[in-house]
Design a protein around this ligand. Structure first.
Ligand SMILES: Nc1nc2c(c(=O)[nH]1)N[C@H]1C(S)=C(S)[C@@H](COP(=O)(O)O)O[C@H]1N2
Ligand SMILES: [Mo]
Length: 306
């Protein structure tokens, strides 16, 4: 793995999250994957109700939502997940829920689906790299799942892990990230009504490249917080380590709230390109969800806790 410093960069070099790797090593994995099953897993329709939390903004076309992705387990380029995620087996699937709760255990996906009625949540997603989309997710509040396992008073944070399966996730054969992918939230963020576990989009089960069969969606934070293909959730007293923070703590903090006034050390966060649009838009504080979430950060210095 090779991480270059800012002065060596040209615009063409600005690849996802500035992670660089030895191209040749990676290409070898790509060829192997090409022999496997490419393409999307079969999508199935889902029943859901609308939600008052949905934006009325124009939705990003399904084609863009499924073909322009970050999912480093399948490669670092935007088209890699669509090309390589088809070989991931998402059945059977379980989530291990552990730590500070009365009902820890291994919950299977079908059981987790019964946690709460499915809703459509049309949310903006703002990637830290400067692009955004509007995605009609189908999911249920994470608060409902956390409620089910009865957290103890020591549950101050929630940590999440993605599946580790290098034979099906070719990116995991290279150590450019410290696998498995990890994320975390404060407990109040986790149970905020905007925070959902998504199991579908555009009315159907999730395509593999979007994090099948179940992933987190936290719409007021940069996209990388919304961890895909979750297999482990832990309630804990201490703040968890997260993948991007472990890679570069100066550039990626634990909070990662969308904030146009705090630049990434190497680029501005003041505006963004909505996928499918030409003119850049102004980025909104908390990605436009301030009315629902700003109260959680009252008194917190958002320059320090970025
Ligand atoms: N496990 C895992 N989750 C992940 C990522 C990843 O590489 N691995 N990428 C993140 C980033 S950077 C973004 S912007 C969103 C993209 O979600 P989408 O592809 O569904 O739009 O997923 C996030 N979740
Ligand atoms: Mo991202």
């Amino acid at each position: 793995m090779l991480i270059r410093n800012a002065p060596d960069l040209t615009e063409n070099d600005v690849t996802p999250h500035e992670v660089y790797l030895q191209r040749r090593q990676f290409m070898a994995g790509g060829i192997a994957a090409g022999l496997g099953l490419a393409g999307a897993a079969t999508a199935a329709p889902l029943a859901f109700k609308p939600s008052k939390w949905s934006t009325t903004e124009k939705r990003t076309p399904l084609d863009d939502v499924t073909s322009y992705n970050n999912f480093y387990e399948f490669g670092v380029d935007k088209d890699d997940p669509a090309k390589n995620a088809g070989r991931l087996k998402t059945q059977p699937w379980t989530i291990q829920i552990e730590g500070e709760c009365a009902k820890p255990g291994r919950y299977n996906f079908e059981d987790i689906l019964k946690t709460a009625p499915l809703e459509e949540r049309i949310y903006r997603l703002r990637c830290v790299e400067g692009w955004s989309m509007v995605i009609p997710w189908i999911g249920f509040p994470l608060a409902a799942l956390i409620g089910r396992v009865q957290p103890t008073s020591k549950a101050k944070f929630v940590s999440f892990e993605t599946l580790m399966r290098p034979d099906q996730m070719i990116g995991q054969r290279s150590p450019y990230l410290d696998w498995p992918y990890r994320e975390g939230l404060r407990i109040d963020e986790a149970v905020n009504p905007l925070t959902i576990m998504a199991v579908g989009l555009y009315g159907q089960t999730l395509p593999n490249q979007n994090g099948a069969p179940i992933r987190l969606v936290v719409p007021w934070k940069y996209g990388f917080k919304s961890i895909k293909s979750v297999v482990k959730i832990r309630l804990q007293e201490t703040q968890p380590k997260t993948t991007w923070q472990m890679l570069n703590a100066r550039e990626y903090g634990f909070y990662s709230n969308v904030n146009p006034t705090v630049d990434h050390p190497r680029w501005s966060q003041a505006n963004e390109r909505r996928i499918g649009e030409f003119r850049r838009r102004e980025t909104l504080m908390f990605n436009g969800y301030g009315d629902q979430v700003a109260g959680m950060y009252r008194g917190l210095d958002l320059r320090k806790f970025y």
